[in-house]
Design a protein around this ligand. Structure first.
Ligand code: ATP
Ligand code: MG
Length: 398
């Protein structure tokens, strides 16, 4: 009889994806191995559970995988290489004898239908055995100090006690790729995080306007990208020099339309980069009503220049809700650093709240924007941002 201590992973919502479950699991395994690069670890899965087999420090391993989407629960578990109830009971007793506690409860799950009994009976039977063999214990149904989870499977048995809640969502990469419009603000990193949670791998695009925007502003965006890279297995950041376009707009176009036209240009460029990189959606941090460019009329006038779907995960969030997530994913402190971004410099006194699409087209004819866009894309910089050593630690997020 053999018992192995493992890290046990539950993937919750994934288990409803019947047809392509293997594709999801393969990706999840790949993402876990990526996070554990350089460590001695093997990942296997069967019968609804994934396992990390490793002789590394479990705490270190768990720290690295808490940021992986698609993991709903992490447990330190034991695989008992037996389906014989008497043997199982003995092994569990050994494990419990190493713990200090007075109250407990047993929960059983039975995928091995050959056991001629119910899960409830198994729990009762094991509970009675524990009470008989360890002195001073009590069963406590509501808030037990130790929850003894036992899963009776066809070829072996799993036992685990405490659980750590994972991030949930889908493994990044299972839903294709998207391009995140990443400014240095609070909103866009949160929008990126939420989209990755749905399994979308992201690349990011940032518009800078040197010398009107500083190198610090760019560094800030890079460090935000680095924080997002943790969930994304690294991240590619496209930096677009927007100066000529912005100056042309500023010189030629009535100022109340500056932001509208500028954002139409950003959308156009983003759509082209997305198509070159095989990204199927644009993602941004727009939230209905937050600023003049985010009224419904503005969004409609801006959105009409692209065909690619634009996903706005924060469309219906309050700023405070957004800030709350930004703090949890540790982007907030970076986002509030006071470096100007390219919009703030050219903000007009009275931006139009209800821009007309016809006027946008009329004004855009005043600048050679196609040439400017072509040049900006031709000269754009690509930065590959690697996951840093420091992984954010947090639990019970979302
Ligand atoms: P954020 O807090 O993310 O900066 P915001 O509230 O400042 O958002 P806007 O400046 O109107 O709002 O921008 C809306 C969205 O447009 C941003 O969330 C981001 O996705 C995108 N965006 C704005 N400026 C840039 C930029 N310089 N580069 C890339 N994307 C940008
Ligand atoms: Mg902004």
């Amino acid at each position: 009889m053999f018992m192995e201590k493992v890290i046990l992973i539950k993937y919750g919502e994934l288990s409803t994806k019947k047809d392509n479950i293997n594709f999801f699991l393969k990706k999840l395994k790949e993402n876990i191995l990526f996070a554990l690069k350089g460590m001695n670890a093997e990942v296997t899965y069967d019968l609804g559970r994934m396992f990390i087999h490793t002789n590394e420090n479990f705490e270190e391993v768990i720290k690295k995988i808490t940021n992986i989407f698609g993991i709903h629960e992490i447990n330190i578990g034991y695989i008992i290489d037996s389906t014989d109830f008497n043997q199982i009971k003995e092994e569990i007793l050994k494990l419990l004898k190493e713990k200090e506690f007075t109250t407990f409860k047993v929960e059983s799950k039975r995928s091995n239908k050959n056991l001629n009994t119910t899960s409830v009976e198994l729990s009762k039977n094991l509970g009675a055995y524990i009470l008989k063999n360890i002195e001073g214990l009590k069963v406590e149904v509501k808030n037990p100090e130790v929850l003894v989870n036992v899963e009776y499977r066809c070829n072996n048995t799993l036992v685990y006690f405490e659980k750590i809640t994972g991030l949930g969502g889908y493994p990044v990469g299972t839903l294709g790729k998207g391009l995140l419009m990443l400014s240095g603000g609070i909103d866009s990193p949160v929008a990126g995080f939420l989209t990755m949670k749905r399994g979308v791998k992201i690349e990011a695009i940032y518009f800078e306007s040197p010398p009107h925007t500083s190198n610090e502003a760019k560094e800030k965006v890079k460090s935000l990208a680095k924080k997002l890279a943790i969930y994304n297995n690294d991240i590619t950041l496209h930096v677009i020099n927007f100066t000529d376009i912005q100056e042309a707009i500023y010189k030629k176009i009535p100022h109340e339309y500056l932001i509208t036209i500028m954002r139409r240009m950003m959308y156009r460029i983003s759509a082209i980069i997305a198509s070159k990189r095989n990204a199927k959606i644009l993602i941004n941090g727009e939230s209905i009503g937050q600023v003049a460019s985010q009224t419904l009329t503005s969004m409609s006038a801006i959105n009409e220049v692209v065909k690619i779907p634009v996903i706005r995960p924060l469309a219906c969030f309050d700023k405070l809700e957004i800030i709350d997530i930004a703090k949890k994913i540790d982007t907030y402190e970076t986002s509030i650093l006071p470096y100007e971004d390219c919009c703030t410099i050219f903000v007009p006194k009275h931006p139009v709240i209800n821009p007309s699409k016809e006027k946008c087209v009329e004004y855009e004819a005043l600048i050679p924007y196609k040439d400017l866009i072509y040049t900006a894309i031709k000269n754009h910089e690509v930065i590959n941002i690697k996951v840093g050593e420091e992984a954010t630690e947090f639990k019970d997020l979302l």
